[in-house]
Every structure is written in C-alpha cells, then in structure tokens.
Design a binder for this molecule. Structure first.
Ligand SMILES: *Cc1c(COP(=O)(O)O)cnc(C)c1O
Length: 382
C-alpha cells in the first residue's frame, strides 16, 4: 500500500503510470452498498482487480468491509491469502482435480459445477480430514460452467450426502444483464428460482443465493437475492452503453504519461511504422513512452486521442510497442508535460468507454489489458 502511495509520477524511472483513485473506489463501494440493501457484497476482483492491482485494491475493500472476494483463478486466491487477506474468497473458475488440496490449504471456497467434481471435492476433503467450502454453480443460460438448471436437483441431493463439504452458496451467472432488453436475464433468474425450489420442497435451508453481476446490480433489483457480485461497477465503469446508470459511479483508473520528445516536421513527413500517417502541413509532434507492449491498444493507431494541457490531440501513425506519437498542430507542449491517456485534465476527459470504442472492444478488455510493466500509483487512500 505504501509503496506507490502519493509518490509523484516524476519519481518513477519511467514517467508512465496507471493512477488508481482509491477515493473513487470507496465512493463506488458505498454507492453499491446503499443500492443493494441487506444483500451481501461479494467484490469481484479477478484479473488483477480489473487491472487496478489485486493486493492494494483488496486491502482497501477489506477495510471498507467487503463481505467476500471473488476471483477467477486459484492463483489469485492464494496471492490474496499470502498478502494477509482474511475475508472469505470464492474462486469462480472451473477447477482441475489436482487443485483441490490447495483450495483447502488456503481456505478458498470452491465452485462445484458438476456431480463428479463435487464427489471428488468431498473425497479429497475427507482424506485430508477437513471440510471443503463449496458454492454450487448452476447454468441457467450462460452455458459456460455449471450443471444445467433442469438437473440442479441432482447436485443439491448429492450435496446432502457429502459429509466433508459445507455448501456456503449456490450461484448462477447472467449472460445479458447489461442490455436494455432484460427478457433473457429475467428468464435466467426464473430458471435459477425454479432450481432453488428444491430446498423448500425438501424442507432444507437454502444456501446463500447469488446471481447479479454489475449489470444485474444496476438494472435488476429482483436479482439481488442474498448476495451480489459486482466487478466492473466497483471500478466506476458501466458494463455497457445500454445499461441504465442507476448508481452514480466514478472511474477509478487514469493513465498518464509525459512528453519525452518534441519535434517540428515538414508537410509530407510520414510518421511511425508503415508510414500510415503523413503530416498534412508543417506540424509539431510529441512522443510518449507508452505503447501496446504496456497494453495501450495498437488499434488506437491514427484514431485514439490524448489530453495535453487540457486539450485533445490525435495519435499520429501507428502505436509502437513502447512509444506513441501525437500531432499537436501548432500548439505548445514541452518535454515533461503531463499527458492524460485516460482520465481528466482540466475541463476535458478521456474515458475507458471512448478507448473501447476506438479499439472496437469493450471496457473490460481495455482495463484488464494494461500489464505490470506500467506502475500503479495509488491516490486518495484515506
Ligand atoms: C466476472 C464475473 C462477475 C463480475 O462481472 P461484472 O460484469 O464485472 O460485474 C460476476 N460473476 C462471475 C461468475 C464472473 O465471472
């Protein structure tokens, strides 16, 4: 936490950083909490906390009182435990049989998506003389992992016979909760409830039920059930353009660099690999030390924009692996000037959503593609 906190950008050897605003993370967490009422908040922080840095984000959310953490991979769960995180952790991903002892050793809740895997989890836990924590995964329409909802009763019945498994939860996942037509999402919710009727029908206590991702949290209060699993909304980004912005969110990530080179080029001068851009008239070009080798999409070549001194300028030519050139026309910019590739500068702002449109992808991919070559700078920690 203290490592990068409040360090000026200039102190890094490399003047490029992903800036993570923990104050905005607090705002989003509290805003989601206020919306979901008594449902538990399972903070989804897979893929390096959507690019924001797994451990600092987890420590911050643990202080805020997250009820659960969810990650995709067992490696991510182990990293959290090794960093001292004591909050319950659920691993979403399909497990391999060989991983089961590690789940038990690190006190990670296992996703059980089939009869075979549940039985195996029970056997391993029995051999190790311990109790496995399990969330049963039901496929209600995503067709990724999970037993199909029509057969879920078999998994529930098997669970009753597993003496070394504690069923902490039952969950499903929406395929279409962030769009304006929610009919398929509501059908999934209905399928989930039909499957869950097993518990009432057999006079059994229903385990913690959860299905809502960010789209569900923003658009489907009926889907909050006992717990919700927002990911991208915690980081202040709406999952899709169409999604109702029912909670005011603030973007957590900014990306800033510095001008490291300045030059004047004559009309007709081509710029960067492939010479795909040529100066229409004499102009000024600045170079930034950031590129697709950092996760800044190459698809932004000749398309993306950045802010310098509060004003927008376009990328000239192809984005290189480690550098990118910007046409600033006849305006002024000097070596050392801050350049905002994502975030606010003065009146102006460049959003993750804009980048995802320019790169023809979604905000999730933009966030998670920034790699560890870019230092993370944590601000507003208190
Ligand atoms: C990624 C994921 C989430 C969170 O999704 P967001 O759209 O980022 O809120 C929730 N549940 C599961 C199973 C996931 O894989």
């Amino acid at each position: 936490m203290t490592q990068y906190t409040d360090l000026a950008l200039e102190q890094f050897a490399r003047p490029t950083a992903v800036e993570v605003d923990l104050g905005n993370l607090t705002h989003n967490f509290n805003a989601i909490r206020a919306k979901i009422g008594t449902a538990k908040l399972m903070a989804t922080i897979k893929a390096n906390a959507y690019g924001h840095g797994l451990i600092p984000v987890a420590h911050h959310l643990e202080r805020l009182g997250a009820d659960y953490f969810c990650v995709a991979l067992i490696e991510e769960g182990i990293e959290l435990r090794k960093a001292g995180i004591t909050t319950p952790i659920l691993i979403f991903g399909g497990l391999t049989m060989a991983q089961i002892p590690l789940y038990l050793e690190y006190d990670l809740a296992i996703t059980a998506p089939s009869l075979e895997k549940l039985a195996h989890i029970n056997n391993v836990a029995q051999e190790m003389g311990t109790i496995a924590k399990v969330h049963l995964n039901i496929d209600t329409g995503m067709a990724r992992i999970g037993i199909r909802w029509q057969n879920a009763h078999k998994l529930f019945a098997l669970a009753q016979t597993c003496s070394h498994v504690r069923i902490e939860g039952v969950y499903s996942h929406f395929a279409n909760s962030d769009v304006s037509d929610l009919s398929s999402a509501y059908e999934q919710l209905e399928n989930f409830k039909r499957a869950l009727a097993f518990f009432q029908d057999n006079n059994l206590k229903t385990p913690m039920r959860h299905i809502a991702n960010s789209g569900g949290v923003l658009q489907m209060p009926d889907a909050y059930l006992d717990a919700v699993r927002p990911g991208i909304a915690l980081f202040g980004i709406y999952p899709a353009d169409e999604c109702v912005q029912s909670i005011p969110l603030k973007p957590v990530m900014a990306l800033r660099s510095h001008v490291v080179y300045f030059k004047v080029i004559a009309a007709g001068t081509p710029v960067s690999y492939g010479h795909t851009w040529t100066a229409p008239q004499q102009t000024r070009i600045v170079t930034l030390p950031v590129g697709y080798g950092d996760g800044y999409p190459r698809a932004l070549s000749n398309k993306g924009e950045v802010l310098i001194r509060g004003k927008r300028y376009q990328i000239a030519g192809r984005v290189c692996m480690d550098q990118v050139m910007i046409d600033i026309g006849w305006d002024e910019a000097y070596n050392g000037d801050t350049v905002t590739l994502i975030g606010e500068d003065g009146e102006n702002q460049i959003t993750i959503e804009e980048l995802s449109e320019w790169a023809n992808t979604n905000p999730y991919e933009i966030l998670t593609t920034f790699n560890t070559r870019i230092p993370r700078l944590y601000i507003h920690a208190d």
